[in-house]
Design a protein around this ligand. Structure first.
Ligand code: FAD
Length: 423
């Protein structure tokens, strides 16, 4: 079966759902293919920067998100070894509609479900749980092959515009997805768990630096705090061999990581001393930080698919929402001609430039911080400096994007309209 659309989006995470809301909301015929059933958990610290709250407000999900969000994150911290250092978190100006000037965390089970529901309300056709299995070009348009995960029905979704928003942590058959590659010692594997009763100071988001990895903690909803970490594969292997022999399963790997982080970092040990883990560990990876293509074989890439900062800066959700915004702004500005090849080439050039201006600096800053955090000797050298000048943490958080709002063209067709957010 073949159906025609103005745009087809692969992946219903924050990037894909944002694109679907914006395009369908502007009257375009949109299909979005999401492989998982929602709600689903995700390895993610779930912190959302203040500039992104303004965009989420314009997407019409502010009120629902605020009901489930954690407290305002007003302080950034560093937990490393026996040291705990804290400083003010940078923030945006806020606005008349009281859209948060500080970042807050929201469970991905809630954020992703709300955004995808909003996309359906805006008129997007949501195929879920369906998997996109191929993309081919013919007769001047792109055909996205998709298969239902229940019953196996198949469809070709044809459109002049295809958007890859499938994230980056899994290999797959699509030309925009990473190919499977051999494991490397330097791979970063990601783990996340939630704890009830954690003793984390209210409004503090500490960055955690430990031998072989880094991570973060944040309070999610007044009851739980999340711990999410990335650790080098070779370090994890050493920990596993020391603890369990050759145990391979996720829970025992995660238990090794938890023990290692608690043993190495006093701040985490104390925060989790009386806490109880909620549910099981989630694991993902290897993660693939770096700058990739924003257009490939005529397909636009947004979110992690286009490029990804080390999660030490907790900017991935923001970059997902913002990159969708940058692309859709340009598609809609091209009007009815946006599917024609000359217009597509112009959109691609402009999107690529805007993407690099918005995110390349953030990705490089994150790579620098991640490199320092993973090396105990670098962290040990930095600690005396940060103790004397904790505001350097504030500056670093600003450099990673925490007080930034999306730069927009003067003639943008998309309004950031926070007034509708509270209706
Ligand atoms: C340890 C860790 C902590 C982090 N903490 C934070 C944080 O605190 N704040 C923050 O902003 N970011 C954080 N991030 C990063 C953040 O999770 C990602 O950057 C973000 O999820 C990217 O969004 P996305 O929409 O691009 O991709 P994703 O959220 O990965 O969504 C992609 C979607 O595509 C679907 N999909 C994939 N393949 C197909 C297919 N073939 N067909 C159909 N559907 C498909 C998937 O099921 C998925 O739902 C963290 C990451 C890690 C590893």
């Amino acid at each position: 079966m073949e159906s025609r659309f103005d745009a087809v989006i692969v992946g219903g995470g924050p990037a894909g759902a944002t694109a679907a809301i914006l395009l369908a909301g502007a009257g375009r015929k949109v299909a979005i293919v999401e492989r998982s059933r929602f709600p689903r958990g995700k390895v993610c610290g779930e912190y959302i920067s203040p500039g992104t709250w303004r965009l989420l407000a314009s997407l019409g999900v502010l009120a629902a998100l605020e009901r489930s969000a954690g407290p305002r994150v007003e302080r950034v911290g560093l937990f490393t070894g026996e040291e705990t250092i804290a400083a003010p978190m940078p923030h945006t100006a806020g606005d008349a509609m009281a859209v948060p000037a500080y970042g807050r965390a929201v469970r991905r089970e809630i954020l992703d479900r709300l955004l995808l529901e909003r996309a359906a309300e805006a008129g997007a056709i949501v195929l879920q749980p369906w998997r996109a299995t191929g993309i081919e070009r013919s007769r001047g348009s792109l055909g996205i092959r998709a298969a239902s995960k229940v019953g196996g029905a198949e469809q070709i979704l044809r459109a002049p515009i295809a958007i890859a928003a499938h994230g980056s942590w899994e290999s797959g058959a699509l030309p925009t997805q990473a190919k499977r590659r051999a494991a490397r010692a330097s791979d970063l594997l990601a783990f996340k768990a939630r704890y009830r009763g954690a003793a984390l100071a209210r409004g503090l988001m500490p960055l955690i630096a430990f031998p072989g990895g880094y991570g973060g903690m944040v309070e999610e909803d007044g009851e739980s705090a999340s711990l999410s970490v990335c650790i080098r594969r070779d370090r994890l292997e050493r920990l596993r061999r020391a603890r369990h022999g050759s145990a391979e399963d996720r829970e025992s790997a995660a238990a090794c990581v938890e023990e290692h982080v608690k043993a190495s970092v006093r701040g985490v040990r104390e925060a989790l001393a009386g806490a109880r883990r909620e549910g099981s560990w989630l694991a993902a990876g290897p993660i693939r930080p770096g700058i990739r293509a924003q257009i490939q074989g005529g397909v636009f890439l947004i979110g992690n698919a286009a490029g990804e900062a080390h999660p030490i800066v907790a900017e991935g959700i923001s970059m997902a929402v913002e990159s969708a915004w940058l692309l859709c702004e340009r598609i809609l500005a091209a009007g009815a001609a946006s599917g024609e090849s000359a217009a597509l080439a112009r959109i691609a050039r402009s999107y690529e430039r805007a993407w690099r201006a918005s995110f390349a600096g953030r990705i490089r800053a994150a790579a620098l911080f991640a490199g320092l955090a993973r090396r105990p000797c670098a962290a040990a050298l930095l600690v005396p400096l940060l103790r004397r000048a904790p505001r350097l943490l504030t500056r670093s958080a600003a450099w990673s994007g925490k007080d930034r709002v999306l730069a927009r063209p003067a003639n943008s067709v998309l309004r950031i309209d926070c007034a509708t957010a509270r209706t």
